[in-house]
Design a protein around this ligand. Structure first.
Ligand code: SF4
Length: 73
């Protein structure tokens, strides 16, 4: 899938940050945000709840809740 077709098929509110990331203009934090939201099929609450602790981005993902232990009890 090309960058353009992927951008055309995602929700409008995430398009700008995605294009910024793939063009190298985003901060690393915002690039991770774009990656995580795509990973969870553009459902922000799923990123919040993500418990994939073997993902290298888990501790850096956006939308974490305060006190989130990420499976480290
Ligand atoms: S931290 Fe979770 S949402 Fe983010 S890329 Fe990894 S598995 Fe996907």
């Amino acid at each position: 899938m090309s960058i353009t077709s992927k951008a055309d098929n995602m929700p409008n509110i995430y398009r700008k940050s995605y294009l910024s990331a793939v063009s190298g203009k985003a901060t690393p934090r915002n690039a991770i945000k774009a990656f995580c939201i795509e990973c969870m099929n553009y459902v922000k609450s799923e990123v919040t709840k993500c418990d994939t602790i073997d993902c290298p981005l888990n501790l850096y993902r956006p939308y974490r809740k305060a006190g989130d232990t990420d499976g480290k009890d």
